[in-house]
Design a protein around this ligand. Structure first.
Ligand code: LLP
Length: 436
């Protein structure tokens, strides 16, 4: 992946930096991000829109991995930013992200979160439901402040990794149903409302998607709706946001397309449809998360204990687990790994990699073909850049790992490892009086 290589000592290197040295300097578990690969992915999306001469915004879905340095890198690569909570919004603003580049999502934004977004003057609110429409209208009126919005709709196209289904009515907690009148109602409540500037439509059809058919289909349905509003209300939509969900390769079973292909196919279908509908070509916005940072992240762990279950399997345990990567336990997600200090040796062992948390399901990889492993070796698990650190927890009061960025032989700590002091920081002593 990306700038990974094997040094003459047989060590895995990323961005020209020896992962064994990183493990020594920063400790393990450690997330290492290949900055060059993130840049390459970002440019892959952006350049394709430019080549096709389509006005676009590529917004980084920061739920995949967010921290101040990540937002700063995204801005350097001219991405917009998708945030889904007050916490992400706060971090992005702290990082210096220009507010107009921020799109704010969420199916239950609180009044505090909306106030924060309006105070900051974020670029766009992606409005999800009628409750939110009422809130925003009221707040915008009271503040006499213009608010740009997109309406999030569920088009009845759902992508499931390798295929997709279309349903008349999508059962989703998100957005307005496109087909049962909800989207039209949301439109009527917003398109002429004072201080509300309706830009267009948004949809997100799923995550880790490997083909482009479902994106095209969703795009067509949204363009149909735009055409209807154009005809019936002379309303011109200026933005069509098709969400994120572009797949990456975790194991050899996954065969994702290049960012360029996703964009090209999507644009081809939308352009044709727009032409037929006789409406102006809207700006196309997308929201990749996983495909920008997923394969750029590698987790480093130190191997500790070893257990043989005769005739069944051999476990090796590492110093992290479901507290820094819940995806195997939660989604049966598959990963590949290597013993990073023996990367040039043959992979002639089969191990199940266990985490250190008190739960039998805390296994990171089942039956991994690996080099012979001993306590003290460094295990590198690939493609952990999306929804790894982002979903990390303090389960078992385990501290969250540190995160480093590497590029061109340089390395930099971007998130410190949590300390035990951090872990008890919000705890207060017990003070209730013992009853009689
Ligand atoms: N836009 C919206 C509205 C979304 O809900 C999501 C992801 C994205 C963009 C970015 O999708 P991506 O390009 O990263 O696939 N925790 C799960 C993934 C949850 C995705 C939620 N929404 C996982 O670890 O696989």
């Amino acid at each position: 992946y990306g700038t990974q290589a094997i040094s003459h000592q047989g060590h895995l290197t990323i961005g020209g930096v020896d992962t064994i040295e990183l493990a020594k300097q920063y400790g393990t578990p450690l997330f290492v991000y290949d900055v060059a690969l993130i840049r390459e992915r970002a440019r892959g999306f952006r350049q394709t829109f430019e080549d096709l001469e389509v006005k676009a915004q590529v917004a980084y879905a920061s739920k995949a991995f967010s921290c101040i340095a990540m937002y700063q890198l995204a801005i350097e690569e001219q991405l917009s930013i998708d945030v889904v909570s007050g916490g992400e919004l706060y971090t992005a603003l702290q990082a210096g992200v220009p507010a107009e580049k921020i799109h704010f999502h969420g199916n239950n934004k609180s009044i505090d979160e909306l106030t924060m977004a309006l105070d900051a003057k974020v670029g766009c609110l992606v409005v999800d439901n009628f409750y939110e429409i009422a809130l925003i209208k009221q707040m915008a009126n009271e503040r006499q402040q213009e608010v740009a919005i997109l309406l999030r709709v569920t088009p009845g196209v759902e992508a499931h990794t390798h295929d997709f289904i279309t349903t008349g009515q999508a059962d989703s907690k998100f957005g307005f149903d496109l087909h049962n009148g909800q989207a039209d109602q949301a439109f009527k409540e917003t398109y002429q409302a004072p201080y509300i500037r309706l830009l267009g439509l948004h949809c997100h059809i799923g995550s880790q998607i490997f083909d482009t058919v479902a994106f095209g289909l969703a795009g067509e349905k949204l363009v149909d709706k735009m055409q209807q509003w154009q005809t019936d209300y002379h309303f011109t939509s200026t933005v069509l946001n098709l969400g994120g969900g572009f797949g990456i390769r975790y194991t050899e079973e996954d065969q994702p397309l290049a960012p360029k292909v996703y964009v090209e196919d999507m644009i081809k279908v939308v352009k044709e449809k727009v032409k037929k509908a006789c409406i102006p070509m809207p700006e196309i916005w997308i929201e990749p998360g996983r495909s920008l940072v997923g394969d750029a992240g590698t987790s480093l762990y130190t191997v500790g204990s070893h257990k043989t279950v005769p005739d069944v399997r051999e476990y090796i345990a590492v110093d992290g687990g479901m507290s820094d990567n819940i995806r195997p336990a939660l989604y049966e997600a598959k990963y590949e790994a290597v013993i990073a200090n023996k990367a040039n040796k043959a992979r002639n062992q089969c191990y199940t990699i266990a985490g250190k948390l008190c739960e039998s399901g805390d296994k990171l990889i089942e039956h991994a073909a690996l080099q012979v492993a001993q306590a003290g070796d460094i295990l590198a698990m690939f493609c952990t850049g999306a929804y790894g650190y982002a979903m990390a927890s303090n389960y078992n009061r385990v501290a969250r790992p540190a995160v480093v960025f590497v590029e061109k032989g340089q390395h930099q700590l971007v998130i410190k490892r949590e300390s035990y002091e951090h872990i008890v920081k919000n705890d207060l002593p017990f003070t209730l009086k013992k009853g009689e």
